[in-house]
Design a protein around this ligand. Structure first.
Ligand SMILES: [Zn+2]
Length: 401
């Protein structure tokens, strides 16, 4: 091996990739991180690849020793550097109270496949029929996630597959669901879906007859969630337009309503569509919340800016666990508050997640020897730091900002 060849090889060794990866992981801004990686001509995949050139044993020994020494240095550096998310003390405390947890369970649904497709209709093996005449396009999905087990470190990879589903109501004008109103029902439904297509507001709409309309293509962004956050056991998601599929039922939310105001046709179609999407993208059942659960207002740091499906979503009928019950990620991870009018407007089921989050925050505060107010302030600070680089675009919602 010549000196030049050796230098070239060294540039692609695990040591080099490790160094670049380490430096990149310390950069909070996605744009800055990408720029750094591009500057170093190291693609994200290269960071995981093995060296293509056979490695002489003495190089392995020398590199191993160098990595060992460097790791010691990093341990010292990590303990003294100021965290990009919060102050060093805050970061350590926040990390300590986040329990290490296993990755989300894979979907256990049976395989569902496309049986037949025409320009107008896609038919699936579970009985789902998707109408395509209103289908439109937008930009591809592209988003980062934040590692819950590592103090919300931003992921190294840009993801482009949906991680979950957010359920909405269209809040559109309704008429009584009777045969006599058939013509009006159809007119309302189709004009609604035309509007949704123009706004690129959802990926799917289920009309009152239970017809499933694809609007924005699944692998593209719909402007459905606005400022929002959700989390599974492993990852935290911010502004869910890119990361979650938007599914809307043609119906309205009535304050304090405990029962879903959807037709039996919508219920069946909602189940078939949810099963298909979960099976196709391996979506965890816990990553299927409603808009009211994920919606936040960064201006006043209060949750529930949108209140659709605030307490009456038929989780069980759609083959999902009661996702109202686990601690609300917006409250638990980012210290968002809620006002009495939101509590009054939601069904009691939604309170469970809010109270569970409050309990855990109290525990965190106790462990950290600080007041609940101080703990929440630290959590809110990290939301501001993580969400700032996303800009305004990530928070767009066709239902209103
Ligand atoms: Zn909504």
């Amino acid at each position: 091996m010549t000196v030049l060849a050796f230098t070239r090889w060294l540039a692609t060794t695990a040591l080099m990739r490790w160094w670049v990866g380490r430096r990149a992981s310390a950069i909070v801004s996605p744009v800055e991180r990408l720029r750094f990686l591009q500057t170093h001509q190291v693609t994200l995949n290269d960071l995981r690849a093995r060296p293509a050139v056979p490695v002489p044993y003495w190089v392995v020994l020398v590199s191993g020793a160098a990595i060992g020494v460097s790791l010691l240095g990093v341990a010292t550096w990590r303990s003294t550097k100021s965290s990009p998310v919060a102050g060093p003390a805050q970061a350590a405390e926040l990390a300590r109270v986040e329990k290490p947890v296993p990755p989300p369970k894979a979907a256990t649904l049976e395989k569902i496949w496309v049986v037949d497709t025409t320009p107008a209709i896609e038919t699936y093996s579970n009985g789902l029929r998707v109408e395509k005449k209103f289908a439109t396009t937008n930009r591809p999905r592209a988003y980062y996630t934040y590692n819950r087990n590592q103090n919300l470190d931003i992921s190294l990879t840009i993801r482009n597959q949906p991680a979950g589903i957010v359920f909405h109501t269209t809040e559109s004008h309704l008429t009584e669901f009777t045969p006599a109103n058939n013509r009006t029902l159809r007119r309302y439904g189709e004009s609604l879906i035309g509007y949704v297509r123009d706004q690129k507001a959802y990926n799917y709409v289920i009309d009152r007859f239970g017809r499933v309309f694809r609007v924005v293509e699944e692998n593209e962004v719909a402007f459905h969630a606005g400022h929002s956050t959700w989390a599974d056991d492993r990852w935290v998601y911010l502004n869910l337009n890119d990361s979650f599929i938007g599914v809307a039922f043609e119906t309205q939310t009535v304050k304090g309503d405990e029962n879903p105001r959807i037709t039996s046709g919508q219920m069946v179609a909602g189940r078939l569509l949810t099963d298909m999407l979960r099976a196709k993208y391996d979506i965890a059942a816990t990553n299927c919340p409603t808009h009211a659960q994920v919606s936040v207002n960064p201006q006043n740091m209060i949750i529930g800016y949108h209140t659709d499906w605030a307490g009456n979503f038929p989780y069980e009928e759609l083959g999902l666990p009661d996702n109202y019950a686990p601690a609300s990620p917006a409250v638990l991870i980012f210290g968002f508050a809620y006002d009495p009018s939101f509590m009054a407007s939601t069904g009691a089921r939604m309170w469970k997640g809010l109270l569970a989050a409050e309990d855990q925050i109290r525990e965190q505060a106790k462990q950290n020897g600080r007041s609940v107010a101080e703990q929440k302030a630290a959590l809110r600070e990290r939301y501001k730091k993580l969400s700032a680089p996303l800009g305004e675009h990530g928070g767009k919602s066709a239902e209103g900002e």
